[in-house]
Design a protein around this ligand. Structure first.
Ligand code: NAI
Ligand code: MG
Length: 494
């Protein structure tokens, strides 16, 4: 395995600073915090710790850039050009950006590098959409009156992102802002702030005016809460836990901010006996274990039709047991560590509760034995059987490599059980019977339903939550229109 001695060129040269108004600045308090590599526990960088006063400054800059500057009136073609240049820059630097995320939150380099093509394509999608956004001409039933709608940028967006896909999340927040002519203050997760800071530099290099995209790392309770409550912010785009999502809703009340919330889930993955089981078993393992389970739409409730239950679950467990756990910098690593000691403790807490509730851990369930991994926050892929719908492990989002496998007997039963959750982000169905597939597609209450596939995303296809998985959509035209206000324009013509 190759482990670089100098971890990354971006980390050279002292503390990483906030990016406000196109300038690198220290936090007003002078405070910094540390971000570590969760595979080794080693310090990667110290980062300026944005607080409420830095958020205030960044929002003022974003506000002024929006209200006073030419930015919001730039032609669609100019915003498209900036986004296309940004896509080219991300393409040029993808190795470096991917490595930054691998170091900062542990995901295997194969995974972070592998996301590159998607993220570049996503930026090019936003570039295209920048020229495709439009209002409508309407026909009111009032004689002599003309009416049309104008779509105008909503204003200053405050984005708060989690650590499970730092670059991905930053692209998802920056893309629609640039496409629509909004401005942005982005607070990346404290566990993985680095790639967003680098991406902010590339946004400037791509030609976005200073002040359009501002990046302020800091903690949730301080910087995050200040951004969510700030009266100068028009919309908050949040991805993270339901608990924090609820605080963001409360904080939005002051100036009635628009919100989009992507809050995770407990997604069902349902395997019928007639499915292509050779494809379904590895896919079910990947659905649960990819990114060490730190994926909002992870397929963590695996429902398997009873006649194939034992055999299928054994295959999922065997696939999980073969995955190579290790430092994400190793090209052969399938699973990296969890993001932090705290996150691993959370996951271990859930496994304790599973044990106490009488579940069977048929594979995994522990820290890996290899001494080389002892300093990192690793967990083995875990398959639980003997679980029921009432246990904490089957109800709550764990955000670790843990899947609960449960048998079912009928389509009516599994539909009801799959829907018996407060969440509704994704759902998978595996069957060769198109009638069943269509019926499940209709009846499952989730923002995305995949048949004979899992976790497929495309820039043009919206994704988001039903129920407590949140509201608003990312990807697709809905994502862009979420950043636009509708203005109705009337004129008396005769
Ligand atoms: P979190 O929701 O607290 O953190 C996400 C982001 O929100 C971070 O940038 C954080 O600094 C910020 N934040 C925290 N408190 C805030 C506040 N009061 N106001 C404004 N912003 C705030 O999630 P955390 O603590 O990192 O993870 C805990 C659990 O949440 C995980 O185990 C997982 O179950 C869930 N989660 C789900 C995610 C998803 O994509 N669905 C992503 C991250 C966490
Ligand atoms: Mg880190």
């Amino acid at each position: 395995m190759t482990v670089h001695i100098l971890p990354h060129p971006f980390l050279a040269g002292g503390p990483k600073r906030l990016l406000i108004g196109g300038k690198h600045v220290d936090a007003i308090s002078g405070k910094t915090f540390e971000t570590c590599n969760p595979a080794t526990g080693e310090l990667l960088a110290t980062v300026a710790e944005g607080g409420a006063e830095d958020i205030d400054l960044a929002v003022k800059v974003a506000r002024e850039t929006f209200d006073e500057g030419p930015w919001r009136r730039t032609l669609p073609v100019e915003r498209q050009t900036i986004l296309l240049r940004l896509a080219d820059l991300v393409e040029r630097e993808i190795e470096s950006l991917a490595l930054l995320d691998t170091l900062d939150m542990g995901a295997p380099i194969r995974h972070t590098r592998g996301s590159g093509a998607f993220l570049i394509s996503l930026l090019r999608y936003y570039a295209g959409m920048a020229r495709g956004l439009h209002g409508e001409t309407l026909t009111p039933s009032i004689p002599g009156m003309f009416a049309c709608t104008l779509r105008e940028p909503v204003g200053v967006v405050g984005a708060i992102t989690p650590w499970n896909g730092p670059l991905w999340a930053a692209v998802l927040k920056i893309g629609p802002v640039l496409a629509t002519g909004c401005t942005l203050v982005l607070k990346p997760a404290e566990d993985s702030p680095l790639s967003a800071l680098r991406l902010g530099e590339l946004v400037l290099e791509a030609g976005a005016p200073p002040g359009v995209v501002n990046i302020v790392p800091g903690f949730g309770a301080t910087a995050g809460a200040a951004l969510a409550a700030h009266g100068g912010v028009d919309k908050v785009a949040f991805t993270g836990s339901g608990a924090t999502g609820r605080k963001i809703i409360e904080a939005s009340a002051g100036n009635l901010k628009r919100l989009s919330l992507e809050l995770g889930g407990k997604s069902p993955n349902i395997v019928f006996a007639d499915a292509d089981l050779k494809a379904a078993a590895p896919a079910a393992a990947v659905a649960a274990f990819a990114n060490s389970g730190q994926i909002c739409s992870a397929g963590t409730r695996l429902f398997v039709e009873r006649p194939i239950y034992e055999e299928f679950v054994a295959e999922v467990a065997a696939f999980g047991a073969k995955l190579k756990i290790g430092d994400g910098r190793d090209i052969e690593t399938d699973l990296g560590p969890l993001v932090s000691a705290k996150q691993r403790e959370r996951v271990e807490g859930y496994l304790d509760s599973a044990r106490a509730d009488g579940a069977n851990i048929i594979s995994g369930g522990s820290r890996p034995a290899q001494p080389a991994l002892a300093q990192g926050y690793f967990m083995t892929p875990t398959v639980l059987t003997g679980v029921n719908d009432q246990m904490r492990v089957t109800r709550e989002e764990i955000f670790g490599p843990v899947v609960s496998a449960m048998p079912f007997d009928t389509i009516e039963e599994v539909t009801k059980r799959a829907n018996a959750t407060p969440f509704g982000l994704g759902a998978g169905v595996w069957t060769r019977d198109n009638g069943k597939a269509l019926r499940m597609g209709r009846d499952l209450r989730a923002g995305s339903v995949w048949v004979n596939a899992y976790n497929v995303l495309d820039p043009a296809v919206p994704a988001g939550g039903y129920k407590e998985s949140g509201y608003g959509r990312e990807y697709g035209a809905d994502h862009l229109y979420d950043h636009l206000n509708v203005k109705s324009f009337w004129m008396k013509t005769d």
